[in-house]
Design a protein around this ligand. Structure first.
Ligand SMILES: *Cc1c(COP(=O)(O)O)cnc(C)c1O
Length: 440
């Protein structure tokens, strides 16, 4: 069943059915689980989410960078349907199945680096990040882990320690795991355009003095920071850190959970500067919406944990593996990395025009279909989270799903499915233009 690719509101948002479901949510689900919009989904595909009242909303979020191939991509639907009829689960650690191997072989082939690799599968991004740290520690026999300001790596205990922002992710949930250290990164808009080499030298000097490379198992970094505000480091920053890690025996881990699978206009964001990580962590866009994550990396590092040291009941579930193979095939067959670059041109053009007439837009940045604007008080760089919230809310009411992010909560981020049409994007940005005008 195909979904008409057009924004159309048939009720106010939220409509009566969503309102009724929201009150059931309040009674059944803890408030700790928030929702961006009080609107319940019924169907989704292409660039549209249809709600339970029949409203057609434009999707600029992809369920947080997950449904890059669309929320009901034909190849994914077909592959999962076939697999669900064959078997749903045996546990790869009990009686393995080929789908897991095919995903591992595919990731070994398509991730950066032409060295021998291995891949292990998990369920969530956070779980994969934790396992990358376990693998790096087993390999190096060292404890310390370096992460960066504005980093987001998940909500489990170890990954809370690795995530920078207290509220809402960490507040009240400590104590946190030890031996996690946070370095200053590269944030061109807020660090006076410090060049990449200088920002890397600053971090490396700090690591040398306060941790010591010989104590450091891994440096974990998002090539473009996601939840922290779509912060793209200055050119040269990532290559300098990767080179230092190589020279120091430190495992360089790229957390590409949000940036992976064509989202940034390359299959992986590291590729833009030719950075080859030792381990790469993937999730979100990997399987067209089914829960799957992976750690892929150099065979000699991946082989460090003892037999039975890695795994989990559901890791590499057969439905998720079938979906991943179909999603990756879709990305390759439909040229979705190329499509992400086209989306980048359209969005940057629209947002630059908006910035020219609105001095509350401090920065327009990002790559591919991972684009953001950082909102500030006119005349300076003071963050304006309220404006981000007001604009997002106005867009929501007009049927455009848009997300905020950022350490200061003042970033509007745009993560459309790569299958969205230009027509829908232009309609959505007309709505955003009007939302900015209405908050003047
Ligand atoms: C979302 C995200 C995670 C956590 O993934 P979950 O599947 O939510 O556990 C980790 N790292 C980055 C960069 C992310 O964007």
């Amino acid at each position: 069943m195909s979904i008409e690719q057009q924004r159309r509101l048939v009720t106010e948002l939220p409509g009566p059915r969503s309102l009724a479901l929201m009150s059931r949510k309040t009674a059944a689900v803890p408030d700790g689980v928030g929702t961006t919009m009080p609107v319940f989904a019924a169907r989704a595909g292409g660039g549209i989410v249809v709600d339970v009242d029949g409203n057609h909303l434009i999707d600029l979020g992809s369920g947080i960078a997950v449904t890059s191939v669309g929320a009901s991509a034909p190849r994914v639907v077909e592959a999962v349907t076939e697999q669900v009829a064959a078997f749903t689960h045996t546990c790869f650690m009990v009686t393995p199945y080929e789908g897991y191997l095919r995903v591992a072989e595919t990731l070994n082939r398509i991730t950066p680096g032409d060295y021998e690799k291995r891949t292990v599968l998990f369920n969530s991004g956070a779980e994969a990040v934790e396992n990358a740290v376990k693998i790096a520690r087993a390999h190096t026999q060292r404890d310390a882990v370096v992460v960066f300001d504005h980093a987001y790596h998940g909500r489990t205990n170890l990954t809370m320690a690795m995530t920078a922002k207290s509220k809402p992710y960490k507040h009240g949930f400590g104590p946190f795991a030890p031996e996690v250290y946070r370095a200053a990164g590269s944030y061109p808009y807020r660090d006076g355009n410090l060049d990449g080499a200088a920002a890397a030298a600053r971090a490396i000097d700090w690591i040398d003095k306060q941790i010591g490379a010989e104590n450091l198992a891994a440096l974990v970094i998002e090539p473009i920071q996601g939840e922290g505000g779509f912060i793209e480091p200055a050119p040269g920053f990532l290559p300098a850190l990767a080179a230092w890690c190589r020279a120091s025996g430190v495992v360089f881990v790229a957390d590409e959970v949000q940036t992976g699978f064509a989202r940034t206009g390359d299959l992986f964001a590291c590729e833009r500067e030719g950075v080859v990580p030792d381990l790469i962590v993937t999730a979100k866009g990997i399987a067209g919406g089914l829960p799957l994550s992976a750690v892929t990396g150099r065979a000699e590092i991946m082989q460090a944990p003892h037999v039975g040291g890695l795994g989990g009941t559901y890791g590499g579930n057969p439905l998720a593996c079938a979906a991943a193979l179909a999603a990756i095939e879709t990305i390759e067959a439909e040229g979705l990395a190329e499509r992400a670059r086209k989306i980048e041109s359209l969005l940057i053009e629209r947002l630059s025009r908006l910035r020219d007439r609105d001095d509350r837009i401090g920065d327009v940045r990002g790559r591919g279909a991972m684009i953001a604007v950082e909102l500030v008080r006119p005349g300076g760089t003071e963050p304006d989270p309220r404006l981000a919230r007001d604009v997002a809310r106005a867009a929501h009411q007009q049927g455009v799903i848009v997300l905020t992010c950022g350490t200061y909560g003042n970033v509007l981020r745009f993560l459309p499915p790569l299958t969205i049409s230009d027509k829908l994007l232009n309609d959505a940005f007309d709505v955003l233009d009007a939302a900015f005008a209405a908050t003047r």
